[in-house]
Design a binder for this molecule. Structure first.
Ligand code: HEC
Ligand code: HEC
Length: 230
């Protein structure tokens, strides 16, 4: 009993140490954009998110939660708004989205959404997991030619088009997102509809795995995408 207790406190203190380090990195990274008070608020709000997205924003496949550390602020904010308004995360077959929807409801004000989005964006990126097998990256590179227009040749995304970075994301989350975008389970807000048409060019799961195998070879070089690492 005593042993179990002290082990638990070791686990807890390691957890809070990691959290403090992430907080520090995020506050340094976002110093130019957000005030210290906003960063404190963002860190406070992010504590709830750690149970699924992890202390370092690394994600957790078992919780269906993607890595979010270092995603651009505009994209994190847009997705939090889609969840909050019930535009994403409402379909009965969208198990992951249904878990995220109530979490978005805990963010009560636009200022809080902004603060947590800035905090997430400033977190150092965490390397993604490879879990899928059987994707053909050569065929995937062919399939990816249509994606370049919006996600860029290096998968860094394009704010003006609302298209997020996809390089560096975990393969299992890319697959589940492509499936949900294609089926319409992600939602019917304009960017989901745009992407639904694009996911429709991937005729089956094999084509999705092929394009993902290619995306896993990409390394964003553009300054905007690399910024959170610096
Ligand atoms: C109960 C678990 C859970 C908690 C807590 C949680 N999330 Fe999520 N979140 C998820 C899941 C699962 C998804 C994936 C939804 C999907 O598959 O479409 C997700 C998706 C997201 C996305 C979309 C990522 C993308 O690439 O489109 C963002 C942004 C996000 N969460 C931010 C947050 C923030 C910020 C918090 C804290 C306020 C938070 N989440 C708390 C489970 C959670
Ligand atoms: C016409 C522009 C456009 C093209 C072409 C396009 N996308 Fe997208 N993509 C988007 C937009 C916009 C979003 C954001 C959807 C949202 O806000 O939910 C997106 C989202 C995604 C996501 C979800 C990422 C996440 O974090 O949840 C994946 C995966 C993706 N696209 C992959 C692809 C692939 C693979 C191709 C090529 C077959 C492709 N896209 C072609 C615009 C595009």
């Amino acid at each position: 009993m005593l042993l179990a207790r002290s082990r638990r406190s070791v686990v807890l203190s390691t957890r809070s140490l990691v959290f403090s380090l992430v907080w520090l990195a995020a506050s340094v990274g976002s110093a130019s954009r957000a005030s210290a008070a906003d960063t404190d608020r963002g860190a406070e709000l992010y504590e709830l998110c750690t149970q699924c997205h992890g202390v370092a924003g690394e994600g957790n496949q078992a919780a269906l939660a993607p890595g979010i550390a270092g995603l651009p602020e505009w994209y994190v904010l847009a997705q939090l708004q889609h969840f909050k308004k019930g535009e994403r995360g409402m379909h009965p077959e969208d198990t992951g989205g249904l878990r995220m929807y109530p979490m978005s409801q805990t963010l009560k004000t636009p200022e809080d959404m902004q603060a947590v989005a800035a905090f997430v964006a400033a977190m150092p990126k965490v390397s993604s997991e490879r879990t899928l097998e059987g994707g053909d990256a050569t065929r995937g590179a062919q399939l990816y030619t249509i994606c370049v227009a919006c996600h860029g040749p290096d998968g860094a995304g394009n704010e003006a088009l609302g298209s997020p970075p996809i390089a560096g994301q975990s393969d299992w989350y890319l697959l589940s997102s492509l499936q949900k975008l294609k089926s319409g389970h992600r939602g019917t807000y304009p960017n989901a509809v745009v992407m639904r048409g694009m996911a429709g060019t991937l005729t089956d799961e094999q084509a999705m795995k092929d394009v993902i195998a290619h995306i896993m070879t990409l390394h964003p070089t553009n300054a905007a995408a690399a910024a959170p690492n610096q």
